[in-house]
Design a protein around this ligand. Structure first.
Ligand SMILES: [Mn+2]
Length: 385
């Protein structure tokens, strides 16, 4: 029997040091894009002492909130003063609780805010830098960090878009791990930031089910600094009674064609709009369904929808853009990333229609016809070979 190597002969210098959590001290994972990280910090250096507006577009979610906090934190090393702004309501009750638990200091846009007074804008976790409000003279874009499908068509000092990355939070974690501006122990604020990043990574990757290598590395890095109790608190998943109601309507109204499921859920209050996405997530679990699309009229004035897919042939971003097209300003009604997407189509003048039933009927019919026509055409093409 071969003898086992004697562990006692290894010199103590070869034994890596462990911190109390059992992690290797000073061990670093692989850095996916060292040049980009370097360029990121050089860009912040070039803006030393400036004021930046960190923009969250759409309804703030765990990944965008954590990324904005990371952008603010990293800016501080360069004396960059940051204001984090968001435009759309924080609709999901869990996200409202998250912002509170993180003491995140996010500002909702108000008309008396002078966005033009900032030196720069930085965008996180969003596909395009268009603001939902008109500002006479917008500041230039300092950094743009995201993981949605690349759209291009804008100028920025620094751009890092990684489509093969499950969460924008993971990109920020990489900047931190491989620079001198990383997370540290012993700071309540930094453990909140680490927790926010972990929650952002988990929530954008369906609890790591869809995680890419960078997401695992980022998770391994931030976990050393997280506040376990806080993470447990923010990731507790409850479904509100009103969301249950939306899911139920989705179940009742679903139409399945092949592997595609479409469900209209009628009128949804602004604060419950996240229920549409939650319904799409839920209906994806229907046996034999590869793609689920759920839509409703939110706030009485916009058709809002979510798409989820595990299909290898449907690219949500291209698919939704082709289906709904763009407005007269060229802005697409929909978009997405690898396995999920969303759309928002304003009803315009029709929002004033008092006959809600008729309005819903038109909205539903329009979406159903568009979708089923597209699926039909795709199927016919497929069958033709
Ligand atoms: Mn994201």
């Amino acid at each position: 029997m071969p003898s086992l190597p004697n562990r006692a002969t290894a010199s103590s210098a070869e034994v890596p040091a462990l911190n109390p959590e059992g992690d290797l001290i000073g061990a670093k994972g692989h850095c996916e894009a060292p040049e980009r990280m370097q360029a990121y910090f050089e860009t912040l250096e070039s803006a030393r002492g400036c004021r930046q507006l960190v923009v969250i577009k759409g309804h703030p979610d765990p990944d965008s909130i954590a990324s904005a906090l990371a952008q603010r934190y990293l800016g501080r090393f360069f004396d960059i003063e940051s204001t984090i702004v968001y435009f759309d309501e924080i609709s999901h009750p869990e996200n409202r609780a998250l912002v509170k638990a993180l003491e995140a200091d996010l500002r909702q846009y108000r008309e008396d805010m002078d966005l033009g007074a900032f030196d720069y804008m930085s965008f996180v976790d969003t596909q395009s830098p268009h603001l939902p409000v008109r500002v006479a003279k917008l500041p230039p874009i300092l950094t743009f960090v995201d993981h949605h499908k690349m759209l291009g068509g804008f100028e920025a000092e620094f751009v890092d878009i990684r489509e093969d990355c499950g969460a924008t939070s993971s990109i920020y974690a990489e900047y931190m791990e491989h620079s001198a501006h990383g997370l540290r122990h012993g700071s309540a604020e930094l453990s909140r930031l680490a927790t926010a990043l972990m929650h952002g990574i988990r929530s954008d990757t369906d609890n790591l089910l869809l995680a890419q290598p960078i997401d695992y590395r980022a998770g391994a890095y931030v976990r050393q600094y997280i506040d376990q109790d806080l993470l447990r608190l923010v990731s507790k998943q409850s479904i509100t009674a009103r969301t249950m109601d939306i899911i139920q309507r989705g179940l009742n109204n679903k139409v399945i064609k092949g592997t595609f499921l479409l469900a209209g859920v009628g009128f949804v209050r602004e604060e419950d709009r996240d229920g549409i996405a939650q319904t799409a997530d839920f209906l994806m679990r229907h046996e034999g369904v590869e793609t689920a699309m759920v839509f409703g009229i939110v706030n009485g004035d916009v058709v809002d929808g979510s798409l989820r897919t595990s299909s290898a042939t449907i690219d949500p971003d291209a698919w939704l853009k082709a289906l709904f097209g763009a407005d007269s300003a060229g802005r697409h009604y929909g978009g997405g990333r690898r396995n999920k997407g969303g759309f928002r189509i304003p009803l315009g003048l029709f929002a004033r229609c008092r006959d809600r039933e008729a309005l819903w009927g038109i909205g539903k019919k329009t979406i159903e016809d568009l979708v089923f026509e597209k699926i039909g055409v795709e199927q016919a093409q497929h069958e033709k070979g």
